[in-house]
Design a protein around this ligand. Sequence first.
Ligand SMILES: Cc1cc2nc3c(=O)[nH]c(=O)nc-3n(C[C@H](O)[C@H](O)[C@H](O)COP(=O)(O)OP(=O)(O)OC[C@H]3O[C@@H](n4cnc5c(N)ncnc54)[C@H](O)[C@@H]3O)c2cc1C
Length: 383
Amino acid sequence: MNHNVIIIGGGASALMLASLLPKKSTAIIESNAKIGAKILVSGGGKCNITNAKMGTEYFLADKCFILPSLKMFTQEDLLHWLREQNLKPVLRKDTQYFCQNTAKELVDIFAKKVKKQKIFLDEKVLSVCKRDILFTVTTNKRSLSAKYVVVASGGLSFSRLGASSIGYDIAVSFGHSIVKTSPALVGFTVQAEQFFFKTLSGVSTNVKITVDNMVCEGALLFTHRGISGPAVLDASLYWQKGKIKIDFLPDFSWKHIQNSKKQISSLLPLPKRITKAFLVQLGLEDKPFYQITSAELDKLQLLHQYIFAPAGTFGYTKAEVTKGGVSTDEVDAQTMMSKKVEGLYFTGEVLDVTGRLGGYNFQWAFSSAYTCFRNLKGKIEEI
Ligand SMILES: Cc1cc2nc3c(=O)[nH]c(=O)nc-3n(C[C@H](O)[C@H](O)[C@H](O)COP(=O)(O)OP(=O)(O)OC[C@H]3O[C@@H](n4cnc5c(N)ncnc54)[C@H](O)[C@@H]3O)c2cc1C
């Protein structure tokens, strides 16, 4: 069966692209039984669509590669497009835009937009090859051909929602290089010296984490496996291996409390359980603050710069995204087309582009889809 465009994957990037392309021009192949599975669970079920603060600094990527797409389809363009579809994004946490009630609002919009495209659900792409100007996409059910193939199959995170390595396999089969992948926006497991973290499971506090010269601020949540929460997830984006520094008392100064008669655990702006656990670790007694010696105060400074090496991460099963991916050196930033194979495109998370927490990954999925659309549109009209 011949199609103008075949899109591999039925996630965020694929759905935006198929929504923009002319009706009946496109076939979507999705291994799940439904489209947009990841959108539905994203942002705690409300989908953090984008962020009012947008810029290349919020991404781990080649800035020159992502800038044209972020400019071509900005967060404002996205919000405008969504409003035109009657979705009214709600601003939360200062800068983050979410669906009003549930992420299904967004998936329903896409479902309506793509209903005239051919959608193959429950169908797994196995390989892609090209002869002359035509690609053949082989699935577990059939072979399809098209002049243009868009790989929008995402990364390796959350395999229970359909994630697979197919995008990388296809890229490699066409001579592309893959930047080493690893789980990102994910919690850290800890080594024996930090096992006491586990006793704090369920407790959270605001921190500043420094990793690889990047500072990530926000909540840290202790869990039974280690640490998680927004600041930790962001930090995981920049973590290779090695040490991180956590300031458990950001913006706090000891000066104003020096003569206080209150117990240390009552005085510090931390949940008492955390202070008490650290006091035990430091071999300090919980006592009125004015009684502590300068040597003890030195020890307490550790709360400002707790340095340790995480054991690892919670892995792909818990990671919101995959960092690394198809090398952007070999993809044209103005079109998303492969520089090696005419007619082969890559969009979204399959590329070596990863955003911080806060709607950046969806914005990239949509912006890169738009860039691809702009290029494909003219070509499809030529057919
Ligand atoms: C729990 C969770 C919460 C998240 N929350 C947010 C958030 O609030 N904001 C944000 O910006 N980002 C969030 N993300 C990240 C965001 O979901 C992704 O970055 C984004 O979905 C990437 O879009 P994509 O289209 O490139 O890939 P995906 O959305 O992953 O879509 C790829 C599709 O390809 C399909 N596929 C894979 N292999 C095959 C195959 N062999 N054959 C056919 N189909 C295949 C998959 O089933 C999948 O549907 C979250 C991720 C997770 C896991």
